[in-house]
Write a protein that binds this ligand. Sequence first.
Ligand code: DQQ
Length: 519
Amino acid sequence: QETDQPYRTGYHFQPPKNWMNDPNGPMYYKGVYHLFYQYNPYGAVWGNIIWAHSVSYDLVNWVHIDHAIYPTQPSDINGCWSGSTTILPGEKPAILYTGIDTKNHQVQNMAVPKNLSDPLLREWIKSPYNPLMTPIDGIDPDLYRDPTTAWQGPDKIWRVIVGSQIDGHGRAILYRSKDFVSWTRIDSPLHSSGKTEMWECPDFFPVSTRSSNGVDTSSQDKYTKHVLKASFNHHDYYILGSYKPANDNFSVETNFMDSGMDLRYDYGKFYASKTFFDRAMNRRILWGWINESDSESDDIKKGWSGLQSIPRTILLSETGKQLVQWPIKEIEKLRFKNLSFHDKKLKSGSVLEVPGITASQADVEVSFELPNLEDAEILDPSWTDPQLLCSQKKASVRGKLGPFGLLAFATKNLTEQTAIYFRIFRSNHNYIVLMCSDQSRSSVREELDKTTYGAFIDMDPRHENITLRSLIDHSIVESFGGEGRACITARVYPKLGNSRASIPVCIQQWHLKCQNLKA
Ligand code: DQQ
């Protein structure tokens, strides 16, 4: 770690320099994991967008190889924007991506590997038929992008969706194709919503209702539900439903922005994400782009901008009403110094220091056992916005049950601290668990976005402990509450805490276990 680069991460994916945004076309192919991503080869701000390419055997250690897709033809001469890979029969990967053409219109293109026997798939050739899909028949050429991984119905016909906005409605435009080259637009979209604007980077995939394995994108039976994710309003939202390929009907259980139903992959920073089915390990993995919270001039000074999340396995929860996420288990092999504490009791307002670990790089797991839930304060029925609740009832304001949680990147005197914590409220005969990530005191530096984030966790604290896992890595804290039922990712730029070894400390807890990671 260079001392003039205190915010570069130790174990989160980032290129050596420059701007990075959306993860593109992740896949597993012949023993190798591939990650492509939106990249500016010439600077630390968005622009000149191409597909950069990295490969890995374990999703943890990455090698950056030659750029995969960059402007070469009229259909992508002004940029190679987001897209996905599909593995066609015969183990043949194909990329569908958005090109910005000579007229600055968004069109959909294809590229395939030049040499299938190269497991690193270093060279890609573009289809002579590009563009395969164009913005005609009422599609706005500025609002038409990010094709998903395609899926094949029992009729062997391929389907793909493209994100768009038509008449002010976010929309997943559906196409079908027999040969993956000639695509026909279907009149009715797979789904649309008047409560949202442009849908960027849609994703559509099955999840199993009875097993903890992932499901291949084209699989579908009575034990699967489908997830539709769309990126808008700076967040990745999803809905669940049942999909029938016969008529391409997606009947949803809830809708985007339904009151009281705000399902997001992450309630902090996490955008333009994409999943893929890892056939080696039978799991579905989610990648998401985590942008910076400092200014553009800070990024230019740093020479880089943007991280990818830790890859997360993604599954349907036991209740079937939401998804749960967990860092891939390979990340645990980076742990090299384990510290465990058990049955620690703390008085209200006290702080337990976790000594002997490097605070800037840690993997912390805590389990909180709560006595006397009856003391929980009543949730006012008007308190429906968890983020607002977290901002108003800050970590420093003591309630009857909480806050309890973790202080990351904390200096000795707590001048700087990022607080990831919980509060419990009572509402009728139920308990409500609130999870917060409070960045307001994360750095003495000014001109940073220090927004506080919050989420409710769907759990009953009478029957289970409240758990927190936080992956702390120099300028990011990725937190998983309630076994991954609520995730909050934050970017922080500690000034004092990062310059020397400091300690993450627990605010108030009952059982805890902290683990340290090696870069
Ligand atoms: N980023 C890409 C677009 C996508 C957006 C351009 C989402 O394809 O809609 O870099 O972050």
